[in-house]
Ligand binder design. Structure first.
Ligand SMILES: C[S@@+](CC[C@H](N)C(=O)[O-])C[C@H]1O[C@@H](n2cnc3c(N)ncnc32)[C@H](O)[C@@H]1O
Length: 464
């Protein structure tokens, strides 16, 4: 965030020297002057530090004792700007209950071991051994446990030790968290994604039952049960701020939209009355016969990873639609239908909304330049962060390409950088089981990939 928003200032605290040192090495490699990382106990953070527009406590609240949890909320109350938003993530009940049962089992099994690393190793051994006989069983509790065994298997050792096997590990019902926040004169605003708080994608019967809830708290708590929710990322603000909870379709006009769906492979038929299906996955899709909606959804589906603002979307949909397909007076009706459909697609998680649109993708230049952050991440890890802070997995070839995009190299120069990496043994290109090292062959196989990779990264907002 500091790299992408040079006009903002950032302060990060953590009690761990190692974490702060790791963060500082990134800050200094990127020569950022708008961020301070400080080794400090949360308990020692002072109200005099001033007011912040955003306060983020991610992955902390569930892993600290009660006094630190209270202090996190006290900081949110004392150090939040009048219109600021605090974000606190935590493990939620009831969904975290299964994992906590496994944790009880793991701690019981390894109770005689005092060294935390040894304890974690013994626990992991047990859970891995138990996973085998449960692999095929379809008893209800085994199905639930099996997901958690998957988590154990996927977790790197260090993560497992500091997640499941951390001394402090607590999960909370949403109403418990809201009560704690209320004690600090804070109030619930929302979860970050709108679809998480709307019951739209529950079944009709469940929705009808939830409709009887008198208060948003009851509604959300009941939804957590129906969805067996295990994690929350709750946004809070000062209690005195009026929060508008009735969301009307018109509010959608303030946002930009990123599609999580694709159009039909055979193309979109804009003829009135012909239904067209837009698909997220096998389980979720939506279909519409309305030409204007079809044109708008088609435009969104063609720009994955990017977002289009409302006005631009309306303009683009109108451009795509033949005049003959629109009757006089359609314009107003079309826009109302579009607002409603966009809102429903957002509520169903098929469209992500963003506050600001990502501008048109920069042209792929002769000497492409990835952002310093992207180049740093491509050099040092197998994931890079895109413009909405999502981690994107990267294979070795794209990583080497992006790391070489410093704005001074042409595609030919980048190809030479890759050849050197291959000659040095830092990168390998294979044809089946056979490694390719011949320059001529690499020119045929690897050279054309470079422009494609740069075009993809441009589309994803990683360049420039
Ligand atoms: C699961 S990690 C999350 C780290 C980071 N916030 C993130 O999102 O990746 C929990 C972190 O909380 C820190 N922590 C635990 N208790 C703390 C305290 N009392 N004061 C400051 N940091 C603390 C630990 O050092 C650890 O780095």
């Amino acid at each position: 965030m500091a790299a992408r928003s040079p006009g903002a200032t950032f302060l990060g605290i953590d009690a761990s020297n190692a974490q702060i040192a790791a963060g500082r090495s990134v800050v200094s490699a990127l020569e950022l002057s708008n961020i301070e990382l400080r080794q400090q106990d949360i308990l020692d953070f002072a109200p005099a530090e001033g007011r912040f527009d955003y306060i983020i406590a991610h992955g902390v609240y569930s892993w600290v004792p009660a006094p630190v949890r209270e202090k996190i909320l006290a900081i949110a109350a004392a150090n939040l700007a009048p219109n600021g938003i605090a974000y606190v993530s935590y493990n939620a009940m009831p969904g975290s209950g299964i994992r906590l049962m496994l944790r009880d089992l793991a701690f019981f099994h390894a109770r005689k071991i005092t060294d935390p690393n040894g304890k974690a190793r013994r626990a992991r051994e047990l859970l891995t051994t138990l996973a085998g006989p449960m692999a095929e069983d379809n008893l209800p509790h085994i199905v639930l446990f099996r997901q958690e065994f998957g988590y154990v298997e996927r977790s790197p050792e260090l993560y497992f030790r500091h997640d499941l096997m951390e001394e402090e590990n607590h999960a909370f019902y949403f109403h418990e968290f809201v009560a704690a926040a209320t004690r600090h004169q804070l109030q619930y605003v929302s979860e970050p994604s709108l679809w998480e708080i709307l019951p739209t994608h529950l079944g009709a019967k469940a929705r009808a039952a939830l409709g009887k809830c008198e208060h948003w708290l009851d509604l959300e708590q009941q939804m957590d049960f129906l969805r067996f929710r295990s994690f929350r990322q709750t946004l809070l603000c000062h209690a005195a701020i009026p929060v508008r909870r009735q969301i009307t379709a018109k509010a959608i006009k303030e946002f930009a939209f990123e599609a999580h769906f694709r159009g039909p492979a055979e193309g979109v038929d804009l003829t009135p009355g012909v239904p067209v299906k837009f698909t997220v996955d096998e389980a979720s899709h939506f279909s519409t016969p309305q030409p204007f909606i079809k044109a708008a959804m088609q435009a969104l589906s063609e720009t994955p990873g990017q977002s289009i603002g409302y006005a631009a979307l309306v303009e683009e949909a109108s451009r795509r639609l033949p005049q003959s397909a629109r009757a006089p007076g359609d314009k107003g009706r079309d826009e109302i239908a579009l607002m409603n459909d966009l809102m429903q697609a957002v509520a169903a998680g098929m469209i992500e909304i963003h506050f600001a649109p990502l501008g048109p993708a920069p042209m792929v230049s002769d000497k492409p330049r990835a952002s310093p952050l992207t180049r740093y991440q491509a050099t040092n890890s197998d994931r890079v962060t895109n413009w909405v802070h999502a981690a994107i997995a990267m294979d070795p070839v794209p990583r080497h390409v992006i790391a070489a995009c410093d704005g001074n190299r042409t595609i030919d120069d980048i190809f030479e950088v890759l050849l050197t990496a291959i000659a040095d043994g830092r990168l390998s290109i294979a044809d089946g089981a056979q490694s390719i090292t011949d320059r001529k062959q690499l020119t045929d196989v690897l050279r054309p990939q470079i422009s494609r990779i740069i075009a993809d990264c441009t589309r994803l907002g990683l360049m420039g």
